[in-house]
Ligand binder design. Structure first.
Ligand code: BTN
Length: 322
């Protein structure tokens, strides 16, 4: 009932009378009023005026499953939306649901993440209602070898969505950090559950720094947030919806392949290309110039002797960034 009422209020420009709502839902006006109060408890600001009815003034800023469900325009991603109050890691939580049979597209977001996982064993924490941390479960019908496109396509989608939604000049630092200038705004961690030659599921975790102003000392020089860059508070429900809408579009348009338009867009937005990069190969530190991205999502680096190295994992530093 809350979802249906919210849907009507979201789509109405004017006040809607309690009488109209009670007829629409076949419930008493008292029941309408109770549901309005439940929406207010969720953080919706709803104006009620005698003889006119109800009007939605604003939606809550903190992540809310009902609001996300009403705003999203996706068919698969967010087929099931779960917003947790707090959790250690949305990736771990969703992997447990995946093992129990969670459906393709299930989305788990959290208002607070206290033991989140970053790449290469790092931590990714998210203070209450400050940032966006979410994971999506996919059961794609593709071979394990083709899975390499999922993370870059997600990075591309997040980058495009944030550019459009915030106006920031976001770029991709290979493989999948979204940066503004020389600072990191978004991290993505993809985890796979596969048996023999079949993928059981993929969990894609995305952490977006939204309102955070103070960062731990060890990352304060290389991390930033949307608020820090724009001095604007963007609504987190609208933001996550913009991101998941774009992720779904990117997967559908590309058919899970990093080629053609997707590869061109990724390459155009990739800040690593054309730069001096440093990486490790067989415990040896190497440097070279990043020249392109392969269809497998590898970074192609030309070394001083002219040979080309395909870098497919690990940490790559980019001169002038991090
Ligand atoms: C990175 O190190 O750049 C990847 C960070 C990924 C963080 C996100 S937040 C939501 C999801 N849950 C996790 O535990 N990690 C990912």
């Amino acid at each position: 009932m809350q979802a249906k009422l919210l849907n009507i209020l979201l789509n109405a420009d004017e006040f809607i009378s309690g009488q109209v709502l009670s007829e629409e839902f076949g419930i008493s006006r008292q029941a309408v009023w109770k549901t309005i109060n439940l929406l207010k408890e969720r953080g919706c600001e709803i104006k009620s005026v005698q003889n006119k009815g109800y009007k939605l003034i604003s939606i809550p800023d903190h992540l809310d499953d009902c609001i996300i469900n009403e705003l999203k325009q996706t068919g698969v991603i967010g087929s099931e939306v779960i917003v947790l109050d707090r959790v250690a890691s949305t990736n771990d939580y969703l992997k447990r649901l995946g093992d129990e049979g969670a459906v393709n597209g299930t989305l788990v977001a959290t208002r607070e993440q206290f033991s989140g996982k970053g790449r290469l064993g790092r931590v990714w924490e998210s203070e209450r209602d400050e940032n966006i941390a979410f994971s999506i479960l996919l059961r794609p019908n593709i071979r394990p070898n083709d899975i390499t496109s999922i993370t870059p396509l997600t990075g591309l989608a997040v980058c495009k969505a944030l550019r459009q939604f915030t106006g920031l000049d976001c770029k991709i630092k290979w493989p999948n950090d979204i940066v503004v200038g020389n600072k990191k705004l978004v991290g993505i961690l993809t985890e796979l559950s596969a048996e023999l030659n079949a993928i059981s599921y993929v969990v894609i975790g995305v952490g977006i720094n939204v309102d955070q102003v103070i960062f731990p000392r060890e990352i304060s020089k290389k991390a930033t947030s949307i608020y820090r860059e724009t001095r604007t508070y963007f609504n987190k429900n609208e933001l996550i919806v913009a991101v998941i809408n774009q992720i779904e579009k990117e997967f559908v348009d590309s058919n899970f392949e990093l080629k053609g338009t997707a590869l061109k867009e990724y390459s155009d937005l990739c800040i690593s290309i054309g730069k001096e990069v440093g990486f490790t190969r067989d415990d040896k530190s190497m440097t070279g110039t990043a020249t392109a991205i392969s269809e497998n999502g590898e970074l192609l680096v030309t070394l001083e002797d002219g040979s080309v190295c395909n870098v497919y994992s690990g940490e790559v530093t980019v001169q002038g960034i991090y």
